[in-house]
Design a protein around this ligand. Structure first.
Ligand code: NAP
Ligand code: MG
Length: 405
């Protein structure tokens, strides 16, 4: 069989621990036999980040900006334990944070739905993608513990000398005080990433905030989204048959629970933090979440939402075969290959991505799965496979499906 050709390389960001092991299995068994894979390889494994003074992370992000599509393996974000374990010269920053800052991107997380892994919410039939604004608000707030009676004010002093003052509160006794901010430029990037991703994935976009209570702060978010939609995206949305919808966060929460799924939910920073964990759990498994970082211009970096699965890696180092779920890692590759196919007009690459995803899900539906899924499946007689056995079962189905073409 001829392998599928590629034009432009994917930016490949290798990572750490168990996911680095899976990365190799997935490439060897499910990609290289079928695709003449073109990648520009960056090793973001912690040892190589240390060797390069973390320059490799920056270089990989710049390459993503150049080529437009990247696929990333999970990586360790160092803490004090990791500094010791890897003998690091410093506690390098989170690679995801570095890449997100360079690409000015928004993270979209989508659950992978498989037959036999049922969401807790019965009426959810399609995935709900959550987009979290990753700048400002309470995450960059300054706070004061008010010791006793006094007046609190919010003061803005412009470079041109303008002074705007608002009284926050006349305290009669002790209390607490918080000042937070956001930036028009960051909200605009967030909005454009959301509209761009909705067009790419052909899903409706919902955005929630609390503009009735926060008449300037949240209202600004609402207005920026609406203005950018009207000026840049309305026609494209209408042509694609999708809609943009704003509502209050409490209304949206109720609608999400009653819905069938199949849309993107854009959230402010705190709402997204809370709601993404709620959705991941309600859909069944952290190992079944994909994540894509999207810049305002549509540049995409695909990855699994889970980490490096450290506990399994130590078992692997002891020579044990682990049952680590590779599905989200495989879907990071298929997401990236599909996007590359779309950009370069290679429909065979898109079809391959569809078939590989279907082979992963059909294998689960046939009762063959890793331990994390076997523990929660509603299928009778599910078999627990090791990662390698599961990947082999996927390959068998994939070969059959490709041969049918
Ligand atoms: P984790 O790697 O997501 O794993 C937490 C637990 O979830 C695992 O111990 C395992 O449970 C289960 N799990 C996650 N993915 C799984 C999979 N594919 N198959 C089966 N089970 C899976 O989180 P962590 O242990 O908190 O973090 C480990 C490292 O990952 C940290 O150094 C952290 O910095 C990094 N991290 C990276 C990213 C990223 O690069 N995007 C994201 C998050 C964390 P059992 O042990 O019960 O089987
Ligand atoms: Mg959280």
């Amino acid at each position: 069989m001829d392998r599928i050709g590629m034009k432009t390389p994917l930016v490949e960001m290798d990572g750490d621990e168990m996911t680095r092991i899976l990365w190799r299995f997935v490439k060897d068994e499910l990609l290289l036999p079928f695709v003449d894979l073109k990648t520009e390889y960056y090793d973001l494994g912690l040892a190589h980040r240390e060797e390069t003074g973390d320059q490799v992370t920056v270089d990989s992000a710049l390459a993503t900006r150049k080529y437009g599509v990247a696929v990333k393996c999970a990586t360790i974000t160092p803490n004090a334990d990791r500094v010791k374990e890897y003998g690091l010269s410093q506690m390098w920053k989170s690679p995801n944070g570095t890449i997100r800052a360079i690409l000015d991107g928004t993270v979209f997380r989508t659950p992978i739905i498989a037959a036999g892994i049922e969401p807790y919410v019965k009426n959810w039939k399609k995935p709900i993608t959550i987009a979290r604004h990753a700048y400002g608000d309470v995450y960059k707030a300054v706070e004061i513990k008010v010791p006793g009676p006094g007046t609190a004010q919010l003061v803005f002093t412009g470079e041109d000398g303008t002074v705007i003052t608002e009284k926050v509160h006349d305290f009669a006794g002790p209390g607490v005080l918080q000042g937070m901010h956001n930036l028009t430029s960051s909200i605009e990037s967030f909005a454009r990433s959301c509209f761009s991703f909705a067009l790419d994935s052909r899903m409706d976009l919902w955005f929630s905030a609390k503009d009735t209570i926060s008449k300037k702060y949240d209202h600004t978010f609402k207005d920026i989204f609406q203005d950018i939609y009207n000026a840049e995206y309305r026609e494209k949305f209408e042509a694609a048959g999708i809609t943009y919808f704003y509502s209050l966060i409490d209304d949206v929460v109720a609608r999400v629970i009653r819905s069938e799924g199949g849309f993107i939910w854009a959230c402010k920073n705190y709402d997204g933090d809370v709601m993404s964990d709620m959705l991941a759990t309600a859909f069944g498994s952290l190992a079944m979440m994909t994540s894509v970082l999207v810049s305002p211009d549509g540049t995409c970096e695909f990855e699994a939402a889970h980490g490096t699965v450290q506990r399994h890696y130590y078992a692997h180092l002891e020579g044990k075969e682990t049952s680590t779920n590779p599905i989200a890692t495989i879907f990071a590759w298929t997401g990236a290959l599909r996007k590359r196919g779309q950009l370069d007009g290679i429909s065979a690459l898109e079809t391959f991505a569809d078939k590989l995803e279907a082979a992963c899900l059909d294998t689960v539906a046939a009762g063959l799965m890793t331990k994390d899924l076997a523990q929660i499946t509603t299928l009778p007689n599910a078999q627990t496979l090791t990662s390698r056995q599961y990947i082999a079962a996927v390959r068998e189905r994939l070969e059959k499906s490709l041969a049918q073409a």
